[in-house]
Structure formats: structure tokens, C-alpha cells
Ligand binder design. Structure first.
Ligand SMILES: C[S@@+](CC[C@H](N)C(=O)[O-])C[C@H]1O[C@@H](n2cnc3c(N)ncnc32)[C@H](O)[C@@H]1O
Length: 339
């Protein structure tokens, strides 16, 4: 944050100096200015604001990989409560050694997940996503059984059916189970290239997993493990584990790291414009990619501020500031500029 303020101040100073001293120093100043701009574009960014407006400030063809996990249009408010159980005389729960315990509510995170026109909401954002994707880039679109089939048709229209690469099933096995139908325990992730003739798939970098029946493949193969198929078994973020941020619908780093590893290179710019708790940014940073995260919900930004507090290279910005700093929208944007 301090570094951000400092570079903004030095930019303003340079601009003023340039205006008053004129052409004599123009070469030196423009070199320093581009150095600053280039350094700024290298930072990891979190933008607080509506993603459609934010996407419009990004350079075309500038992002190597997009992952998005929009609200699923469940018709409900998504909530995650933070609870703590404490020992208390008269508490209604009986625990270890017959002691009484009471559960206290520490806080609650929530966001609304209901749309009158869900596809109408997604469409302009997906059009922008396609525009900003680099020629060799790709997009992973995460959804669930309620809407994914309608979204597939929309994505086919925007990205081209011929650019559809995979339907990935993320299967988990956690939480309540209905006894009235098959319990729904999977999400669907649709993967599209901007151009299926040219996209990144780092086959050799993907972490291998154990064979289900190692006895059938011989010791050498069993030792190496196998490349995951399009069905990914992975636990959800444990409500009591270290990874949990308390944000509803937080996705596990294991899933996101696999996506980043397979579909981008170290140093690439990657983006999640429905960022929530910022898990995709965390995965990207761990693997040496630069990221842009966008979310319109203040509690999500607060969770990300806590999460990224230890990383000096993550810069938080309000959308208004991003728009006002973008010199000529769509033409010479700062964000997403190639460094
Ligand atoms: C399903 S959550 C994402 C969870 C995230 N993948 C994670 O691992 O924490 C969807 C997020 O989209 C955000 N969102 C919804 N509409 C938005 C919009 N128009 N612009 C930016 N963010 C939006 C919500 O605030 C919410 O945080």
C-alpha cells in the first residue's frame, strides 16, 4: 500500500515536472514514466467494483488465463457463519468429560445469489472476457448442475463450439445428503480456448495422482501416478482447516492450482473477475503468475485484504480510481498492459 501511494505520487510529480520543463527532458521523463508504468503493470491487483466496468478498462489480448466462479443463481443468499464453541456453565451442549459448552456466533459472510436474467448478466462479461484473452489464452467457467447447460450454450455462442475443450467434473463428498434424490455432490467447469488451434496445456507440469487400481498398471507406472482425467475428486475447503477464509463458496486451492499449472506459464497474467475470497489469486501467486482479481462485494474485499496482507506486491484499488487512471479506455489501458 505504501509502495502504491509512493509510485502514484512519483508519477504525479513526474507528470507535473514534464509539463513545466518541456521538451528538454522529455526523453528522460518518458523513460522513467514507462518504467513506473511497467512496474505497476507487474503487480498483483485486486479491484473493488463491478466486473463489467472493470473489464472494459483492460487491454485486449492481454490475459493468458481466466478462471471465473460466478454466483450460481441458486435463488438463495449464500452464507457462511463463523462459530466458536466455548466452555460455559449452563451451556446447552455437553462435550468432553461431560462439560457444558456454548456456541457463539463470531460473524457471518453472505452475498445474494438470485438473478432475474442470469444469462443476460453473464453475456456482456463473457464477451469482455473473450476480448481481453490473449490469442493463446483460455477460460475456465465454474458452475453447477442448475444453470451449467444454459451457460454452455451461451459460451458456445461467444467462444465458438469448436473452441470448447473440456467439461470437467469436480466431485466431492461432503455435507448434508438428501434422502429424496441422488445427493448432488459435484460442480462443472467448462474449459474454452480463445482459439483451439493454439492454447496452453502444460501436460508435463501437471501434478500426477495415484491410479485407482495400481495393481493393474505395473510398478513403474504405479509409482509415477497418472494424469488426472476430466473428473477431479477433491475435498471442499474444510470448514475447520487452515485454508478456510470464512467466505461462502470458497473454492479449494488444489483445484485452482491445477488449472493455473496446466493452462498458464510462470510470469503470465491471469485473472478471476468473480474473485470472492481470492483463492484463484493465491493459487496464481504460489505458482509465480501475476494476477488481477475483481469483486464488487465489500466483505469479499475485506477477506482478500486479510488474506493478502503479508504480500507487499498485492495492490488494492477502487474501480473509480482505475477508470480515472486509464488514459484512453480500451486503447491505452494501464491494467493488463504487457510488461
Ligand atoms: C461464487 S463467489 C466466488 C468465490 C471464489 N471463487 C472463492 O474461491 O472464494 C462469486 C463472487 O462474485 C461476486 N460478484 C457477483 N457479481 C459481481 C459483479 N457484477 N462484479 C464483481 N463481482 C461480482 C460476488 O460478490 C462473489 O464474491
Amino acid at each position: 500500500m505504501v509502495r502504491t501511494v509512493a509510485s502514484q505520487a512519483s508519477m504525479t510529480y513526474l507528470q507535473t515536472w514534464y509539463r513545466t520543463t518541456g521538451i528538454f527532458v522529455s526523453h528522460f521523463v518518458s523513460a522513467s514514466y514507462s518504467a513506473i508504468m511497467s512496474r505497476m503493470s507487474r503487480r498483483n491487483r485486486v479491484i473493488h467494483g463491478d466486473n463489467l466496468a472493470a473489464l472494459k478498462t483492460l487491454a485486449p489480448d492481454s490475459v493468458a488465463l481466466i478462471y471465473i466462479d460466478p454466483p450460481f443463481n441458486t435463488g438463495k443468499t449464500q452464507r457462511r457463519k463463523r462459530l466458536k464453541t466455548v466452555r460455559a456453565a449452563g451451556g446447552s451442549r455437553i462435550g468432553f468429560q461431560g462439560q457444558n459448552y456454548r456456541t457463539i456466533l463470531l460473524g457471518e459472510q453472505r452475498y445474494a445469489d438470485q438473478f432475474d436474467d442470469y444469462l443476460g448478466f453473464l453475456e456482456p462479461r463473457l464477451n469482455e472476457a473473450r476480448r481481453v484473452l490473449a490469442p493463446g489464452g483460455s477460460i475456465y467457467f465454474h458452475n453447477d448442475y442448475r444453470e451449467v447447460h444454459y451457460c454452455k450454450i451461451l459460451l458456445d455462442r461467444i467462444f465458438g463450439r469448436e473452441n470448447f475443450l473440456n467439461e470437467i467434473i469436480w466431485a466431492y463428498d461432503y455435507g448434508a445428503r438428501t434422502t429424496k434424490k441422488w445427493p448432488t455432490k459435484h460442480d462443472t467447469i467448462l474449459w474454452y480456448a480463445k482459439n483451439a488451434a493454439n492454447y496452453i496445456f502444460n501436460y508435463d507440469a501437471i501434478a500426477r495422482i495415484p491410479y485407482m487400481a495400481p495393481g493393474l498398471v505395473g510398478p513403474e507406472k504405479a509409482r509415477r501416478g497418472k494424469l488426472p482425467t476430466d473428473t477431479w475428486w477433491h475435498t471442499i475447503v474444510s470448514p475447520t482447516g487452515k485454508e478456510k477464509t470464512g467466505y461462502p463458496t470458497q473454492k479449494p486451492l488444489g483445484i485452482l492450482e491445477r488449472i493455473v499449472q496446466a493452462s498458464s506459464h510462470p510470469g503470465d497474467l491471469v485473472m478471476d473477475f468473480f474473485a470472492g475470497s481470492g483463492s484463484f489469486g493465491e493459487a496464481a501467486r504460489r505458482l509465480g503468475r501475476r494476477f488481477i482479481l475483481i469483486d464488487s462485494h465489500a466483505p469479499a474485499i475485506r477477506v482478500m485484504e486479510r488474506r493478502f496482507a503479508r504480500y507487499p506486491d498485492v495492490r488494492f484499488e477502487r474501480l473509480r480510481a482505475v477508470i480515472s487512471r486509464t488514459p484512453r479506455r480500451h486503447k491505452k489501458p494501464i491494467l493488463g498492459a504487457r510488461s
